[in-house]
Design a binder for this molecule. Structure first.
Ligand code: GDP
Ligand code: MN
Length: 343
């Protein structure tokens, strides 16, 4: 089981070892000052369920300076070291090759879809795609766990998630997967295919193409990991393959001429540039980000981990989720009774 990594006697959790050595890892939250109280709930949940045991650091990033209230409240809630950073202007502004008029036309055209008319949302998606791992405060770390406002963990996490990532050779982990709104990424797949044609050496031989495409790469099936929860190894984003890929996407302009999300961008990269076994699904954590829940349907998991969620609310096995596909492509065995949760 996941908890069996401890070198202590079998019944004593590793985090009670006074000499426990933490991983090179941090939490990260991108937020505005006005996100404070929505983020407080999310952080309290992560602290209660996991971090009060392991005491990992927490990095906060913002395009504006954080105010004193934000910093005082967050520092009081978090058990690890807390760091506050401002995002460099060039990582949160229109790059010079973007035509402002064309970007404005896009926002007008997309005003009826969620965030379709927002400039700041597009900066956010571009930042989370290409720049957060380059921030100076993130240079100290290898692994991160992303936490957003208004989210919640449903279950106790009694093992070191970051140690699991390292020991099990995982580079990317998720709790919820879902289909993207096609209108936000109309040319993302064409652009990705061009990049791969020009740089075939970056395509991993043992890639996860079948998770993101139903026809061997001809078209994108819109499947992506929901990045509002994300645990990953930043070596993936700092790799030459990803750096070049992001640069190619950024030059193509789709962050502003469409509304490319960091979720499809990260997911496509994770599916193409690393072996598929390095992508992990956490089935035991339990997570909420509106409007969807991951709630383990396995009674034993829910009871053992003191989950506070209704299995009836679980999104995992529903048609709009892609997690069933994740299991199928990897040839994993689905939990008993999953067929009863597809509705
Ligand atoms: P959604 O989950 O796609 O609905 O988007 P959110 O509103 O949750 O935004 C995603 C993340 O980016 C959250 O952590 C927000 O706090 C953060 N965020 C969104 N817009 C901004 C912004 O303009 N400035 C800053 N500093 N953070 C932002
Ligand atoms: Mn969110």
């Amino acid at each position: 089981s996941l908890q069996s990594n401890s070198k202590l006697p079998f019944d004593i959790p590793d985090y009670l070892d006074p000499n426990y050595k933490r991983e090179n890892a941090t939490f990260i939250s991108l937020a505005r000052n006005e996100d404070l109280w929505e983020l407080v709930d999310a952080i309290r949940s992560v602290e209660d369920r996991f971090n009060s045991k392991y005491k990992y650091d927490w990095v906060f990033l913002n395009d504006q300076p954080f105010n004193e209230e934000f910093k005082t409240v967050m520092t009081s809630l978090i058990s690890g070291n807390v760091k506050y950073g401002v995002i460099p202007k060039k990582h949160w502004s229109l790059p010079p090759w973007i035509d402002e008029k064309k970007a404005a036309q896009t926002r007008e055209r997309m005003k009826n879809i969620i965030y379709g008319d927002s400039v700041s949302y597009r900066h956010m998606c571009r930042f989370e795609s290409g720049f957060f791992f380059q921030h100076e405060l993130m240079q100290d770390y290898k692994y991160y766990w992303r936490v957003e406002p208004s989210t919640k963990l449903h279950c106790d996490v009694n093992f070191d998630v970051f140690k699991f990532m390292r020991e099990e050779n995982k580079d990317y982990a998720f709790t919820i997967s879902i289909h993207e709104f096609e209108i936000t990424i109309e040319t993302l797949w064409e652009t990705t295919k061009e990049f791969i044609q020009q740089n075939p050496q970056y395509l991993d031989k043992n890639n996860f193409m079948d998770f993101i495409s139903n026809d061997g790469g001809e078209t994108y099936n819109l499947c992506h990991f929901w990045t509002n929860f994300e645990v990953a190894n930043m070596d993936l984003w700092r790799s030459e393959a990803y750096q070049k890929y992001f640069e190619y996407l950024d030059q193509a302009g789709g962050f502003f001429y469409e509304r490319w999300g960091d979720a499809p961008v990260h997911s496509i990269a994770a599916a193409l540039f690393i072996p598929k076994e390095r992508v992990h699904y956490f089935e035991e954590i339990g997570y909420y980000h509106g409007p969807y829940n991951n709630c383990p349907i396995d009674d034993e998991i829910r009871i053992k981990n003191k989950c506070m969620c209704k299995p009836k609310d679980d999104f995992t096995w529903q048609d709009y989720s892609c997690t069933r596909r994740y299991y199928d492509v990897l040839g994993l065995q689905k939990p008993l009774g999953w067929e009863q949760h597809t509705g």
